[in-house]
Ligand binder design. Structure first.
Ligand code: FE
Length: 349
C-alpha cells in the first residue's frame, strides 16, 4: 500500500498506491482520472477516506506519506513535482509552502460553503480540513477552580515556577503567540512571552504530551497543549501510563469570556505544479463533506472544520467552547513577528 519515502528529492519516485488495482507506477505520467498527494498526515487517517473518494468519483489517488521534508522536496522538484495536492497540519506549515511559492489559488463554491472563512486562505491557497484548539492542561487539585482562565493568566506572577511548555519556537507556540499579537498587539505579546518564560518550571523541552507528563509527575501545575493529545493519551493502549497523565489534569479552554481559544487547522493546498488541479479540488471538496469530515476529525480526536458534523464522543465530552475567530491568514502574517519575539525574550534559554 504505502511506501514511506526516504529517497532524495530529484530521484525518480515510486509511489505506493493508496488504492485501486494499479501496480506501482513511476509518476510524472499523469493521466486523466488521478490525483497525486503528498501527505504529512498519517496514512491511517487517510486510507479509508481516499478509498471512499475513489469509489465515489472513479478518480484514483496516489499518496506519498512524508513524515518530514515535504517542503524541501517540493522545492527541489519544482515544476516537475508529481504532487497535485499537499496535506499537512498547522497554519505554519501551510504558510511556509505559500511563502516558498509552491501553492496556487483555487476557487470552489462548495469549499467556500463548507469551510468557514477564517479557516481558509482568501484566495484559496490553502483550506483547513480539521481544527484543534491549543488549551491549558491544569492539574486537578494543585490548580484551583478559576485560578487560570486565560493565556494571559499563565504569565501572571502567581504562576511562577508552575508552567511547562515545549519549545517557544515550535509551530504550535508560534501560532499561539501570533494569535496573541492579533488580539493584544506586539508590545503586550512581548510582555506575555517574557512573563510566560519567567513562570516556567523548567527549560522548554519535549512535545505537548511530555508537558502533561511533567504535570502528572509534579514538575509543574499547568501546561499548554493541543486538544487531540488528550484523546491520544486517554485511549493509549500502547503506552497505558499516558492514561494516568491524562487523568491528572483538567482541560481549560482559555479566554472564554473574551476572544476565545486559539484554534489551528490541518489542511490542504493545491500545488503550483499540479497537473490534475480539477481532481485535486474535487478531493479537497470530498474531504470537506459531512461523511469525510466525521471520519477525518474523529480519527485524530480533532474537530471537523464544517459546522454541524458530529464529534467523536470523547471530544464531545470536553464540551463546547468559544473559538478565537481571528482569520488564520492573519495568524500566518503575524508568525514572523512571533518568532522575533520568542528570540528577543530568549524564550528557550
Ligand atoms: Fe501535533
Amino acid at each position: 500500500m504505502y511506501k514511506k519515502m526516504n529517497d532524495r528529492p530529484g530521484r525518480k519516485i515510486i509511489f505506493g498506491l493508496a488504492l485501486g488495482a494499479m501496480s506501482l507506477t513511476a509518476v510524472g505520467s499523469a493521466t486523466a482520472g488521478e490525483v497525486n498527494l503528498y501527505s504529512e498526515r498519517q496514512p491511517f487517517l487517510l486510507d479509508p477516506l481516499l478509498k471512499a473518494f475513489t469509489k465515489e468519483t472513479g478518480i484514483k489517488v496516489r499518496m506519498v506519506y512524508l513524515e518530514k521534508g515535504m517542503l524541501e522536496r517540493l522545492k527541489a522538484e519544482g515544476a516537475n513535482s508529481p504532487a497535485d495536492l499537499i496535506l499537512t497540519s498547522d497554519i505554519g506549515n501551510l504558510n511556509n509552502h505559500v511563502n516558498a511559492g509552491l501553492l496556487q489559488p483555487s476557487k470552489s463554491a462548495l469549499l467556500s460553503k463548507n469551510i468557514p472563512p477564517q479557516y481558509r486562505h482568501p484566495d484559496g491557497l490553502w483550506y483547513g480540513l480539521t481544527t484543534r484548539a491549543r488549551i491549558i492542561y491544569a492539574h486537578k487539585t494543585r490548580v484551583k477552580p478559576g485560578e487560570v482562565k486565560t493565556y494571559e493568566d499563565l504569565a501572571k506572577p502567581n504562576m511562577k515556577g508552575r508552567v511547562c511548555v515545549r519549545s517557544g519556537k515550535h509551530m504550535y507556540n508560534i501560532s499561539l503567540l501570533a494569535s496573541i499579537i492579533a488580539a493584544n498587539g506586539e508590545a503586550a505579546a512581548t510582555k506575555w512571552a517574557k512573563g510566560l518564560k519567567a513562570n516556567l518550571a523548567r527549560r522548554p523541552q519535549g512535545n505537548d504530551r511530555a508537558q502533561v507528563k511533567a504535570v502528572f509527575h509534579g514538575e509543574c501545575d499547568v501546561a499548554l497543549g493541543n486538544t487531540y493529545y488528550m484523546g491520544k493519551m486517554v485511549t493509549n493502549e500502547k503506552s497505558p501510563e499516558q492514561k494516568k497523565w491524562a487523568a491528572s489534569v483538567n482541560l481549560i479552554f482559555p479566554n472564554q469570556a473574551d476572544r476565545g481559544t486559539h484554534v489551528n487547522i490541518s489542511g490542504a493546498g493545491i500545488t503550483k505544479a499540479a497537473k490534475n488541479k480539477a481532481n485535486a479540488i474535487k478531493l479537497v471538496e470530498f474531504l470537506s463533506g459531512d461523511a469525510a469530515q466525521k471520519i477525518y476529525a474523529e480519527d485524530n480526536f480533532e474537530y471537523p472544520v464544517k459546522a454541524g458534523v458530529a464529534l467523536h464522543p470523547l471530544v464531545a465530552l470536553w464540551g463546547k467552547f468559544k473559538a478565537d475567530d481571528v482569520f488564520l491568514s492573519k495568524i500566518a502574517e503575524n508568525r514572523k513577528m512571533a518568532t522575533r519575539i520568542m528570540d528577543k525574550v530568549r524564550f528557550n534559554n
